[in-house]
Every structure is written in structure tokens, then in C-alpha cells.
Design a protein around this ligand. Structure first.
Ligand SMILES: NC(=O)c1ccc[n+]([C@@H]2O[C@H](COP(=O)([O-])OP(=O)(O)OC[C@H]3O[C@@H](n4cnc5c(N)ncnc54)[C@H](O)[C@@H]3O)[C@@H](O)[C@H]2O)c1
Length: 315
């Protein structure tokens, strides 16, 4: 039975993953190697919870109860020694993940399950410095940002873990209302990121070719394909439209669409010029520092509304 959880790394993903478990009553230790970050992270978590309450997703009295379930550490051993389940959300650097799992293997009891929130690294490399026995209790649990709002978690089901332990993990995510996706092969990007990159490749190419303005391309996605994708997957959409049509249109369009094997040059050019998006004030759109917090809040608010609406069709 999983009760005690630790999350390593209190950055963009880690603070939000920790908050998500705490919201559902789990006892969560949040660790970061950076003491300053550990000192300030509670403010960010509180702000997330206040927004959830303002949007009617949680009752206001849940905020303090959630915060009381969270404990903050800058000492790894103290944070993990008695935990049932540990998720790392530290930077996407293979050596860092390998060393962290090695340390955890040395500190933690034999029953502790280790998970990685990696976006792109193979499990079979991350566990290189970990004992054979522990590898039966290691997996990828990949969230989407912001993790306390986005319902998806992709779960590795690569054959290293006894089925009974895997089932326990599915139960854990069911208990926090996540929609888990079972991924059977250790491929980079798992399922969701590969789908997303396929869409993003064509979007960046459309801008690069000047086929439409950024606002219109985003509108085409939001009110076209993504409008359906919010309620039905691609395979169901294909079945509803007819596979013969999808076949003909695929033959006609795929030959003239982008099939690059690397990030679009326009993206690289923007990065070189320091245009990194909201965090630098400019990306495809411009961001005024005075209204940036409000814009970020609106981005999250729309997701909270979508999450509430999705209760209607979630299984
Ligand atoms: N940002 C996303 O949208 C996103 C989505 C899904 C998965 N991920 C994955 O999640 C992981 C974390 O990404 P992020 O965006 O939260 O990064 P981040 O840079 O926002 O946060 C990383 C945190 O880890 C801390 N840290 C660094 N070294 C550490 C160590 N050895 N031990 C403990 N803490 C340490 C840093 O101080 C920082 O607070 C990465 O593997 C990333 O690929 C990110």
C-alpha cells in the first residue's frame, strides 16, 4: 500500500506533482538540491491552490489541508529514507538521474518504488547504477505540465516490473483521478510527446512558410483538430470520418508536408536571438512583464475549466 511519497526536484514539474499527491491526502516529502528553491516553493504551491479554489475546482478549506501534507527538505536522505514511492523531477541529464537513482537505491528500503518523470531518456539507461532487484521496482511516470491540472500520466509497462506492483501503481493514479496511459515499449517520448511533436512540426513549418499568421494557425488548431481531440482520440476520429477518406487524404497531403528529422530552423533562429517565449518577453507572441502573471493564470484557468468539463466524459 502506497502512503508515503517523495518528489525530488521542486521545479516546474516537481512542485506540481508533489502538490497533486498532497491534494488527495498523501503525505509528501518534497526535496530540492537548491536550498533557495526549497525556501520559496510553498509560495508557488499556495498560489496554484488559490487559483484552483478561485475557479471552484476545490473548496477553500482544502488549501491549508493540502499544505499540511507537504514537507520540504534539502537533505536527500531525510526526505526519502521511509518512503513507499519516489518520483524524480530533476533536470533531464542522464548522469544526474543515474547518480540520483544509485543514491536512492543505497538509502531506501527494498520495497520503495522509484519513478522518473523523464521526457526523453530510456529507463534502461537511467537504471544502469541500480541493483538488479530494484529494477523490478523502477518505472517512468510521465506527467504533463501543469501536473496538478493535466489529467494524463504515462506509465511504463516494459516488463521489468511484476504485474502486481504495476497494478498497485495504476491504483495509485486512479486514486488521484489521473488518466493513466500504459506504454508497452521503452521508446523516447513515450506516446503523448511523440503525438505532440508530430503536430508541432507541421505548425512550425506552416509559420516558416508564411502560410498563415501565428494567431490563425493557433485558431485553426484550437477550433479544428484540437477541439475534437479534447473529447475524442485520433483513432476514434478516424473511425468516425471513415478510414477510406483518411487514406486518400493521407496519400495526397503527407507527401507535401514537413518531414524534417530535427527542430524547425525558425525555432533555432528564435532561440539564437534570445526569443524564448513568455519567459523572455517574446516568442511567437509578445509578452508584457506587467501582464505576464495574469496571462499565465489565464492559461491555467482555461485548463482548469477544461478539466472540469472533462469530468462529463472521463471514464
Ligand atoms: N517542464 C515540462 O513541461 C516537463 C514536462 C514533462 C516532463 N518534464 C521532465 O521533468 C523533469 C524536470 O523538469 P522541470 O521542467 O521541472 O525542470 P526544472 O528545471 O523546472 O526543475 C528542476 C529542479 O530540480 C532541482 N535539482 C537540480 N539538480 C537536482 C538534484 N540532483 N537533486 C534534486 N533536485 C535537483 C533544481 O534546483 C530545480 O528546482 C525533467 O526530466 C523534464 O524532462 C518536464
Amino acid at each position: 500500500m502506497i502512503n508515503k511519497i517523495a518528489v525530488l526536484g521542486a521545479g516546474t514539474m516537481g512542485h506540481s506533482i508533489a502538490e497533486n499527491f498532497a491534494l488527495y491526502g498523501f503525505n509528501v516529502n518534497l526535496y530540492d538540491a537548491n536550498k533557495e528553491r526549497i525556501g520559496s516553493v510553498e509560495n508557488d504551491i499556495r498560489a496554484d491552490l488559490v487559483l484552483l479554489a478561485e475557479e471552484g475546482f476545490i473548496e477553500a478549506d482544502i488549501i491549508e489541508k493540502t499544505l499540511a501534507n507537504l514537507h520540504y527538505y534539502s537533505d536527500l536522505e531525510e526526505a526519502v529514507y521511509d518512503r513507499d514511492f519516489i518520483t524524480e523531477a530533476i533536470p533531464e541529464i542522464m548522469e544526474l538521474k543515474q547518480q540520483t537513482f544509485k543514491q536512492l537505491d543505497e538509502i531506501c528500503p527494498s520495497y520503495t518504488i522509484f519513478a522518473s518523470n523523464t521526457s526523453s531518456l530510456p529507463l534502461s539507461d537511467m537504471w544502469k547504477l541500480v541493483s538488479e532487484k530494484r529494477r523490478e521496482r523502477m518505472m517512468i511516470t510521465h506527467y504533463y505540465n501543469p501536473a496538478h491540472i493535466m489529467p494524463i500520466v504515462e506509465l511504463s509497462h516494459f516488463g521489468n516490473m511484476p504485474e502486481v506492483i504495476y497494478q498497485e501503481i495504476e491504483e495509485l493514479f486512479k486514486s488521484i483521478d489521473k488518466q493513466y496511459v500504459k506504454v508497452n515499449k521503452d521508446v523516447p517520448g513515450l506516446v503523448a510527446n511523440r503525438i505532440q511533436q508530430g503536430v508541432a512540426r507541421e505548425v512550425f513549418s506552416l509559420i516558416e512558410q508564411g502560410i498563415a499568421d501565428p494567431e490563425d494557425i493557433d485558431k485553426a488548431l484550437m477550433f479544428g483538430p484540437a477541439f475534437r481531440y479534447a473529447t475524442s482520440g485520433q483513432l476514434e476520429v478516424a473511425d468516425m470520418g471513415g478510414l477510406d477518406i483518411w487514406c486518400t487524404v493521407g496519400d495526397n497531403l503527407l507527401a507535401v508536408m514537413d518531414n524534417r528529422k530535427e527542430a524547425n530552423p525558425l525555432l533555432k533562429e528564435n532561440v539564437l536571438q534570445g526569443k524564448l517565449g513568455a519567459k523572455s518577453g517574446e516568442g511567437f507572441y509578445k509578452y508584457d512583464p506587467e501582464t505576464l502573471t495574469q496571462k499565465r493564470n489565464n492559461f491555467n484557468k482555461r485548463l482548469i475549466h477544461q478539466l472540469k468539463a472533462s469530468k462529463f466524459y472521463m471514464k
